[in-house]
Design a protein around this ligand. Structure first.
Ligand SMILES: [Zn+2]
Length: 125
């Protein structure tokens, strides 16, 4: 509701906020266990108002397990790629000028990488 208050396209923002909220809960359910196998992370869907319904999955993997690490690195790289492609990033939430500098650096890295790949192709590698 708070996000839609600041949005121009309120229905779209409400839908996406709801989607992201449930994706977060799903990720908590799947991969937020503590260090020991008994340290399961329960989901209180209506928390902090009610403790019912509560969901828990016994196959839950640890918070620092390889799927979470792999997903974190992949999503981080995707975020950088999107910043370079679109010309704006999460830095723009805080400062537009800093965002322009940041995405400029990202675009420089991307172009440098593309040049290296092209020169590698022309050398037959
Ligand atoms: Zn969570």
């Amino acid at each position: 509701m708070l996000l839609t208050a600041f949005a121009r396209r309120r229905a779209r923002v409400a839908f996406l906020a709801l989607l992201v909220f449930h994706l977060h809960l799903l990720c908590d359910l799947v991969g937020s266990r503590g260090p020991s196998p008994e340290d399961l992370w329960p989901i209180f869907y209506l928390g902090p108002f009610r403790k019912d319904p509560m969901w828990i999955w016994k196959g839950q993997w640890a918070l620092d397990a390889w799927p979470n690490r792999l997903l974190s690195v992949a999503l981080f790289c995707w975020t950088l790629w999107l910043g370079a492609r679109l010309g704006h990033s999460v830095a723009g939430v805080f400062n537009r000028r800093a965002d322009a500098v940041f995405t400029g650096v990202l675009r420089g890295w991307r172009e440098g990488l593309a040049r290296k790949m092209v020169s590698k192709d022309t050398r037959g590698g």
